[in-house]
Design a protein around this ligand. Structure first.
Ligand SMILES: Cc1cc2nc3c(=O)[nH]c(=O)nc-3n(C[C@H](O)[C@H](O)[C@H](O)COP(=O)(O)OP(=O)(O)OC[C@H]3O[C@@H](n4cnc5c(N)ncnc54)[C@H](O)[C@@H]3O)c2cc1C
Ligand code: FES
Length: 256
């Protein structure tokens, strides 16, 4: 368990916040694709922690950054946290992305609040000299996150799509992802977002013969393998997302 203190908690898009916490041991331990399970006090009827990916960690300063969408009571309470607020979390949870060691060109595809774990991976890969392209999607322009961050990393191509066409191309980011994959040259694909989006990315990657991993979201009651609420149906049977995931080999996922 890690105690943490809120450093900043700011709105970065419509209904989406960036939370920066001070948690030095955690900042040194996290790997892209892993998650943390955050205690959000304030309502005795809500005992479960909230599983959240992280988007950046700075081991030198001891901070971890999380982007979260306000969807229910817990995340609403989080959005009211002020600098100095203290709570605790469990983590790092699960295992992260397993990029093949010889990968030289990677595509990441993030939809909505699925962007953080793929942006986190892209940052590490870019720092290691791997060529990274990105496809980013959201319902509308004001819900888009991460586009400038991917550009700042030096991604060769950053394709944006919104459901209503208010930014980038009109439609889902699966379309530009499928185009890029069909053009060839990728060794690996990482995707996170709505299940239907990830299943389409997985299919496009399979069609192109490229290994694809997906970070799946499931309800999580315990976060450490004790309750089975987070099961994912795979070709090897049921596997808990909190321990066997949240990142899975996309070709093995049966139910998204
Ligand atoms: C491994 C993992 C990583 C995640 N990373 C992020 C992240 O980086 N940013 C982010 O904004 N969200 C992330 N989520 C989803 C986040 O955990 C839920 O949005 C959050 O638990 C909702 O809590 P709440 O109390 O506000 O809403 P609730 O009142 O509990 O629920 C509101 C709505 O959210 C749905 N929901 C609740 N819990 C989950 C869950 N665990 N997964 C999917 N849907 C859920 C409910 O079905 C309901 O429709 C992640 C989930 C998992 C499992
Ligand atoms: S959340 Fe309890 S087993 Fe995964």
């Amino acid at each position: 368990m890690h105690d943490f203190e809120v450093v900043t908690n700011e709105k970065i898009a419509d209904g989406i916040f960036s939370l920066v916490i001070l948690a030095p041991r955690l900042a040194s331990a996290l790997k892209p694709g892993q998650f943390v399970n955050v205690r959000v006090p304030g309502d005795a009827s809500e005992l479960l922690r909230i599983p959240l990916s992280y988007v950046a960690a700075d081991p030198q300063v001891g901070t971890v950054e999380i982007w979260y969408a306000v969807v229910g009571n817990g995340t609403q309470r989080m959005s009211e946290w002020k600098p100095g607020f203290k709570s605790d979390l469990l983590g790092p949870g699960g295992h992260g992305w397993c990029v093949p060691e010889d990968a030289s060109r990677v595509l990441v595809v993030g939809g909505g609040i699925g962007v953080p774990p793929v942006l986190c991976l892209a940052r590490d890969l870019a720092a290691a000299g791997v060529a990274v392209d990105a496809c980013v999607g959201a319902a509308t322009a004001d819900k888009l996150v991460g586009v400038e961050d991917f550009e700042a990393l030096g991604c060769g191509t950053v394709r944006v799509a919104t459901d209503d066409g208010s930014a980038g191309s009109c439609g889902f980011c699966t379309d530009p992802a499928a185009e890029l994959l069909a053009a060839g040259g990728y060794d690996y694909v990482a995707t996170c977002g709505p299940g239907v989006m990830m299943s389409k990315v997985a299919q496009a990657a399979a069609d192109a013969g490229v290994y694809c991993e997906a970070s799946l979201e499931r309800m999580m009651s315990c976060g450490f393998g004790a309750c089975s609420t987070c099961n994912v149906e795979t070709t090897s049977g049921m596997q808990g997302a909190c321990m066997c995931g949240p990142v899975f080999d996309a070709s093995k996922v049966v139910v998204w």
